[in-house]
Design a protein around this ligand. Structure first.
Ligand code: 5RP
Length: 230
């Protein structure tokens, strides 16, 4: 492992641990997906072993298995009406806390769970902070039926996308059995909320990786082992 990725993992670990320390007895907690969320889950496992009593709902099979292996009690989202908090990572976040998520392919369940939570705490390292949202790829989840037709309609909006692949011949499928198209947004960046609505209006599009007006506290892990809250 190179020095920078080692430092990055220290930053992610700091953010994950700080978020786990905010969890209180009796809470229903959403477990995000990705490497930073994994550090949160690992710290939460330790806290549960020390006596913390919570129930959790996972945003992906991967997070479910990690939490289950660590002994975190897991419940079904359909058995509750609201979660106290969800802790999840982000791919990009701007100064207004608007985000793009979905590099890990779990954006649909992540959005359902975050939007069903009193607060979404976002855990990131500094590399996720951006001045302008949308300079990197936007993941869009689409149904497999007619996916080429859906991609053509995205192109008509000026959004060229690449079907995410698991390997050279197999498209990546989400936990929900859908495909992901990674879209390069046109520059200059247009009004993203309008663009989001245009994308969502295409038949076959299920959800986008835009997470607007949903982030609560943001914990930024630092390479020096500290963290900052914003
Ligand atoms: C998964 C996500 C992740 O939260 C996002 O990709 C950040 O991941 P990481 O913490 O590994 O950088 O949205 O769908």
């Amino acid at each position: 492992m190179g020095k920078s990725s080692l430092n990055n993992s220290v930053a992610k670990q700091m953010a994950g641990r700080a978020a786990a320390n905010l969890i209180e007895n009796g809470m229903i907690v959403g477990l995000g997906t990705g490497s930073t969320a994994n550090y949160f889950i690992d710290s939460l496992i330790l806290r549960c072993k020390e006596g913390l009593k919570i129930k959790a709902i996972a945003t992906s099979k991967q997070s479910y298995i990690r939490a289950q292996n660590g002994g975190i009690p897991l419940i079904d989202i359909n058995d509750i009406s609201i979660l106290d908090v969800t802790v999840d990572g982000a791919d990009q976040i701007d100064s207004q806390k608007q985000m793009i998520k979905g590099a890990g392919g779990a954006l649909l369940c992540e959005k359902i769970i975050a939007s069903s939570s009193r607060e979404m705490i976002v855990v990131i390292d500094e590399s996720k902070l951006v001045k302008t949202l949308g300079n990197q790829l936007l993941p869009v989840e689409i149904v497999t039926f007619g996916f080429k037709a859906t991609m053509r309609k995205l192109e008509l909006l000026g959004l060229s996308g690449i079907l995410r692949m698991s390997d050279s011949s197999t498209p990546f499928t989400t936990d929900m059995g859908n495909f992901i198209v990674d879209i390069q947004l046109p520059t200059p960046i247009r009004d993203l909320e309008v663009l989001n609505q245009q994308i969502l209006a295409i038949p076959g599009v299920i959800e986008t990786g835009f997470f607007f007006n949903i982030a609560g506290r943001v914990i930024i892990g630092k390479n020096d082992g500290s963290y900052q809250l914003f």
